[in-house]
Design a protein around this ligand. Structure first.
Ligand code: FAD
Length: 810
């Protein structure tokens, strides 16, 4: 049996012990510094509000799991979840529109909810000042998790299956040997372990430091107050600490409310961010209340009290009776940290998890540990999504603070974080700024979305105006750059994409085993291939360039790919990250050859340099690795060089493109181009939740090549596809969607939009959507829910625009 030590017996540690033992892992020890069952972490005082809907499908499904599990879990003869419902109210036009959008998201992810008039809101909460309201959104299945009883119940269940919970054991060290964790040191002895999970809540960075693993989260205090008894509240017949009315959220003022019998609990995110250094907190026995409960700072709460009284005027007759500043975790992007740390085998993170998501997150980590595969897409929770500078305490502090401030804001899906920027810049950055680049951020990189210098090209397009939401971080210039790429040639900054080197004897066999396509091809070839997990789910897609017999270049998606390759690499195979020291430009469009050929003595004709071929050459003075592949689906090359020569590469290509009408083009244009060609976007269109056949990527799977990871799981799946990623075009050329919207067939939400962009050739919005096979046939009419509208769309034959290979060759 694997020996597991879990650090921390909050809601996450208890849930994890339950999930691991339920999967047959019995040798589970949970070490907790405080006394059980309320040891003094964030869980010990969490008011337990569960609002399921989130822009993240994964978080929404984590919450659904918590609701389902805690409803069935009993402690003291009562269920650990009470479905009192949730009500979010809107007091601004923007919020009201956002509630419409949220209602659509909820439909996409399978959460029930209804938009209400102010009067209907008042039926749930008679105290509301309806004059302030535009309306509300009611979600009947949301409610209150009884966090400490849920800990107790899961603790009891895990104990009955063989787990041990040892309280008053303070972890002081993590032992390791040869890159693997071997044990956990406490003030009361050492515990040998094959797997160690830190579920230490906001103490996570302290535990991480013991293991040499950075845990990028920021502990922040958050204010929670309770009123004196309010006559209007007393829950008829309810328990004193219970609630009968729905949870109430007043996000325009960063507030939430729940009943505690005849008192009202009020949580506020409106106050100044209050970072906490966990190393300075007292131990349980020395803390006035609990280590995670700091004294209430009434001045900070005063504006929130006024706002609360505006919304619920009856509060004016009451007062704050009690309050505290409770500490919990914020990560740079607001998502949890779940998975094995890349630097230390057997050291797992289950950090920055809300009570709301605890059961789902714990299940996912337990699945990963016992089975190597979680049922849900975890890429946005992967600890390896952060790297280098993003792991620094300074970055975690800046972004964590931002995540706190924005927690209830209306945040556009493309909105880049404001600070600290710029963090990573390509060697082309100055040139891009000179061209008026509008930068968004990707993996810490400044990435142009379009260039204002191209604005004159948009003048002639006469595109219909977008609605205000879809027009954010968008410009008609995007369409102009995409057009220019289809008609002439565009230069695309590829630097933010991940570049890896895999080298050494055995490199081919290693990559053959890890990926789906046939890579045993001559040096100088490029192959599109997939990384699967053992269950056949798509972890990532790669382009693999064979440079020599045992040296490969890989175009990958994320730090998680790097970690995955390193984790599996046998002795003798080296996996290196080339990204920071190199850069790249995509030169794509029908005139790409005219641009590049004069710069080199090498033959760039179709015959001399075919599709999916690669070679080293010089463009002017710059040594490059040239690969004839294109995510835009046009003739062209990806051209890579070292960072020091990047500026020279840009200038060389820019000069060569002058007479050809070449444009610098941004990521916005590329999204439209790739959607028209049917190319999938990792993380949006494909994740571990789908297999290659469902995603329309069966062409990249070669079961006949021999065994590879995931092959056995794919057997028989091609013929059994029940849902598909399809291409939709919106019927109205003026309509736009952004991703995450529900797709309706016959009035029922049957799927959702995975990604979308303006298609420059078809002159309308193009989307990839997940739909049941029954609704996936080309020509099928569907509707997409977008705010208050239902937009007509049609399933289209793919690709909308013929791929480069299907065009006449010059
Ligand atoms: P914790 O409960 O903090 O557990 C970690 C445990 O690790 C602690 O018990 C600690 O003692 C132990 N530990 C740490 N270091 C060591 C060590 N060296 N050795 C041994 N043990 C160690 N979430 C919601 O979903 N809904 C809400 O309404 C909500 N409201 C909140 C209100 C407030 C005021 C606060 C502060 C938080 C709220 N949260 C809410 C967030 C939620 O409480 C936390 O995200 C969640 O409880 C974290 O659970 P955890 O198990 O990860 O951490």
């Amino acid at each position: 049996d694997a020996r597991v030590v879990v650090i921390g017996a909050g809601i996450v540690g208890c849930s994890l012990a339950d999930e691991l033992t339920a999967r047959g892992w019995r040798d589970v020890t949970v070490l907790e510094q405080g006394p059980l069952p309320a040891p003094g972490g964030s869980t010990s005082h969490a008011p337990g509000l569960v609002f399921a809907t989130s822009p993240s499908r994964t978080l929404t499904r984590f919450a659904a799991r918590t609701i389902e599990k805690f409803t069935a879990l009993e402690s003291d003869g009562a269920p650990c979840f009470s479905a009192v419902g949730g009500l979010e109210v809107a007091t601004t036009e923007e919020r009201w529109a956002d509630l419409h959008r949220k209602a659509r998201l909820a439909a996409s992810w399978g959460v029930r909810g209804t938009l209400l008039t102010p009067e209907e809101c008042a039926r749930h909460w008679p105290m509301l000042d309806t004059a302030l309201l535009y309306g509300g959104w009611y979600t009947p299945d949301d409610g209150i998790a009884r966090a400490v009883p849920a800990c107790r119940a899961q603790l009891a269940r895990a104990t009955a299956r063989g787990a041990r919970f040892l309280d008053r054991h303070t972890v002081t060290g993590i032992e390791q040997a040869a890159g693997r964790v071997t044990g956990v040191v406490t003030d009361r002895g050492t515990f040998p372990a094959d797997h160690v999970v830190t579920a230490a809540g906001f103490w996570g960075p302290v535990i991480g430091a013991m293991a040499g693993v950075t845990v990028p989260l920021l502990p922040l205090a958050h204010q929670y107050a309770t009123t004196a008894p309010l006559p209007g509240l007393a829950a008829p017949g309810g328990p004193r600490d219970g609630a009968v009315r729905p949870l109430l959220r007043f996000q325009d003022r960063d507030l939430y409310f729940r009943e505690h019998g005849d008192r009202l609990g009020i949580g506020s995110y409106a106050h100044r961010p209050m970072p906490v250094d966990p190393r300075t907190l007292p131990a349980y026995d020395d803390a006035p209340v609990m280590p995670s409960s700091l004294p209430f700072t009434a001045d900070d709460f005063a504006p929130s009290w006024r706002d609360a009284t505006d919304l619920l005027p009856a509060l004016g007759a009451s007062r704050i009776a009690d309050g505290f500043n409770g500490v919990f975790s914020f990560t740079p992007d607001g998502m949890p940290l779940l998975g094995e740390a890349s630097g230390l085998r057997g050291f797992w993170l289950a950090e920055a998890v809300w009570v709301t998501h605890s059961a789902g997150a714990a299940r996912a980590v337990a699945e990963l540990m016992t089975d190597g595969h979680a049922g849900l897409d975890l890429h946005a929770c992967d600890p390896d999504r952060f790297e280098g500078a993003q792991r620094s305490p300074a970055y975690a502090a800046a972004r964590g603070t931002r995540a706190f401030i924005e927690v209830y804001d209306v945040v556009h899906p493309l909105q880049p974080p404001a600070h600290p920027r710029p963090l990573r810049v390509s060697p082309f950055h100055d040139r891009q700024r000179e061209l008026g680049a509008y930068f968004l951020e990707s993996g810490g990189w400044e990435r142009p979305h379009w260039y204002e210098a191209n604005a004159p090209l948009a003048d002639g397009l006469a595109l219909p105006a977008r609605d205000a939401w879809a027009a954010r971080h968008w410009s008609p210039v995007i369409a102009a750059e995409a057009r220019a790429t289809r008609e002439r040639v565009g230069l695309y900054d590829l630097t933010p994409l991940r570049r890896l080197a895999v080298e050494g004897p055995g490199a081919l066999a290693f990559l053959q085993y890890l990926t789906t396509n046939q890579l045993d091809r001559p040096p100088g070839t490029v192959t599109y291939t997939l990384l699967l997990d053992a269950h056949g789910g798509i972890r990532s897609d790669l382009t693999v360039t064979r440079l020599t017999e045992d040296r490969f270049r890989i175009g990958a998606n994320s730090g998680a790919d790097l970690a995955w390759l390193r984790r599996h690499a046998p002795d003798g195979v080296r996996v290196r990250d080339l990204t920071p020291g190199t850069c790249g430009i995509g030169v794509w469009g029908p005139l790409a050859r005219d641009l590049v050929q004069p710069l080199t003595g090498d033959d760039f004709s179709h015959r001399g340099f075919g599709r999916f071929r690669a070679r080293r050459t010089h463009l002017g003075p710059v040594p490059v690795l040239a690969q004839r592949v294109s995510y835009a689906g046009e003739l062209g090359w990806e051209l890579y060089t070292t960072a020091d020569l990047g500026r020279c590469l840009w200038d060389t290509l820019w000069e060569a493109g002058r007479g050809l009408g070449a444009v610098a083009a941004g990521r916005g244009a590329l999204d439209g181009l790739r959607l028209e060609k049917g190319f999938r976007a990792w993380g949006h269109d494909m994740t571990t939740e789908c297999d290659p056949y469902e995603a329309g990527l069966g062409f990249a799977v070669r079961p006949a090549k021999g065994d590879f990871l995931g092959r056995a799981a794919l057997a028989g799946r091609e013929a059994a596809v029940r849902r598909r990623l399809v291409c939709l075009t919106l019927d109205d050329p003026a309509a736009a969607v952004l991703g995450g919207e529900p797709v309706y067939a016959g009035g029922e939400a049957v799927g959702y939009v995975a990604s979308a962009a303006h298609g420059p050739t078809v002159g309308r919005c193009v989307a990839h959507a997940w739909l049941p096979a029954a609704h996936a046939a080309p020509g099928t009419a569907v509707r997409i829910g977008y705010f208050g509208d239902l937009l007509a769309a049609t399933v289209a034959e793919e690709p909308l625009v013929a791929p480069e290979g299907a065009r006449p060759r010059r």
